[in-house]
Design a protein around this ligand. Structure first.
Ligand code: NDP
Ligand code: MG
Length: 380
């Protein structure tokens, strides 16, 4: 069980909920990192007294150094601070809760230091899942998923000693705020519309990914990497209520599911205490008060990002890094209200056709594929 954690991305939605869980469990905090949220980082550092606080924005880090001068916390600036935070010897668990591919290098660092990785940062597994999982095997580092669907699958796989017993994984998908709309209606949706998720409160990037269904596409790839299964064995079902968090179907016909109220503090806590369980901060599920649980097939024509992700998953190599890099840049443009909703899938598809795929990629190949996809979206 975890005693001391470091959180990469502590000021975000997952980061803040992780600190609530850390407080509940009485964990020590070794390092906290964020990009530029000075006020929130100062408040967290005063409350949790970490040895190290990192802001990747250098100017913000200089400001924070002054603010924390009366505390014992050392402040570092710049992206390399993430790797220092990932490597601090006193932390046994690193929670990767940064958004985007920036999580890749520090995750590899934490793996080399044999830490338990409580992994929320799905973009890292999407871009470099094979490299990351191979490194985890080589160094004997545990990767415990925090993403609710993957945590559900992880829980349903407890006791399964042979992966060949699995027929398929079934990822549930809320369908997002535009579920049931026509293409014409979806095309008019704005940033504000996309940021209104029906069941979860999350950071802006993943919330937009939920509206396009790219999030589910990224999660299909994440599941393939975590459980080393081909695309044919990972399916998606729409489940509007977000009560069934995902399922595992075995060859004997048994289908195991994990249910719970939609609250990330449950999977976060499980990643800390695994294999033990205890009382989480999530509200207990009252089955008799639940709405009826419904299941339906996803609409890949209205939400083309899911299909784009499945195509990249099938192609393999750097295809997923290209998909992810293009999507990150396109979502950034959408959040800045510079492009429309369907431009996200158009620009991602454009980058996928423009950037050539390298099979069996090295870390450098992956970083180059990511950069090329971003350049393509930005028109450089
Ligand atoms: P948020 O946007 O809420 O938080 C992101 C965190 O990362 C913040 O601490 C932010 O710092 C930091 N950050 C952002 N950009 C950079 C950068 N370039 N370099 C270093 N740090 C950076 O995101 P979420 O918490 O919603 O999501 C985090 C990850 O978890 C994502 O990969 C997401 O897909 C995954 N996830 C999230 C879920 C959720 O419920 N939120 C559910 C399942 C998975 P600052 O505040 O300074 O910007
Ligand atoms: Mg999820």
């Amino acid at each position: 069980m975890t005693k001391t954690i470091s959180i990469l991305g502590s000021t975000g939605s997952i980061g803040r909920q992780t600190l609530d869980v850390a407080e509940q469990l009485g964990l020590q905090v070794a390092a906290l990192t964020a990009h530029a949220s000075i006020e929130r980082m100062e408040e967290q550092a005063r409350r949790f007294r970490p040895r190290l606080a990192v802001l990747t924005d250098e100017a913000a880090a200089r400001d924070l150094t002054v603010r924390l001068a009366d505390t014992g916390t050392k402040v570092l600036g710049g992206p390399q601070g993430l790797e220092e935070a990932a490597a601090l010897p006193e932390a046994d668990t690193i929670v990767t809760a940064v958004v985007g591919m920036v999580g890749l290098r520090p995750t590899l660092t934490a793996i080399r230091e044999k830490k338990r990785i409580a992994l929320a940062n799905k973009e890292t597994l999407v871009c470099a899942g094979e490299l990351v999982m191979d490194a985890a095997d080589t160094y004997g580092a545990e990767i415990i998923p925090v993403d609710s669907e993957h945590s559900a699958i992880f829980q349903c796989l407890q006791g399964c000693r042979d992966r060949r017993e699995i027929r398929r994984l079934i990822l549930t998908c809320s369908g997002g705020p535009f579920y049931g709309m026509t293409c014409e209606e979806v095309g008019k949706m704005t940033r504000a519309d996309a940021l209104r998720h029906p069941n979860w409160t999350m950071g802006p990037k993943i919330t937009v990914d939920c509206a396009t269904l790219m999030n589910k596409g990224l999660e299909v790839i994440e599941a393939m990497r975590l459980y080393r299964l081909p695309l044919e064995q990972v399916s998606v079902v729409i489940h509007r209520q977000s009560i069934v968090h995902s399922l595992v179907e075995y060859w004997d016909g048994a289908v195991l599911a994990q249910l719970g109220t939609p609250d990330m503090r449950l999977p976060i806590r499980y990643a800390m205490t695994y294999p033990a369980r205890g009382e989480s901060l999530a509200k207990p599920l009252d089955l008799t008060a639940c709405p009826p649980l419904t299941f339906a097939a996803p609409d890949r024509a209205t939400f083309p990002c899911l299909h784009l992700a499945e195509e990249a998953a099938a192609e393999g190599g750097t295809a997923c890094a290209i998909l992810n890099g293009a999507n990150e840049e396109a979502v950034r443009l959408f959040l800045q209200e510079r492009i429309g909703f369907y431009d996200i899938s158009h620009l991602t598809a454009k980058a996928r056709s423009a950037v050539s795929v390298v099979q069996k990629p090295s870390l450098e190949d992956i970083l180059e594929a990511d950069a090329a996809a971003r350049r393509c979206v930005l028109g450089d």
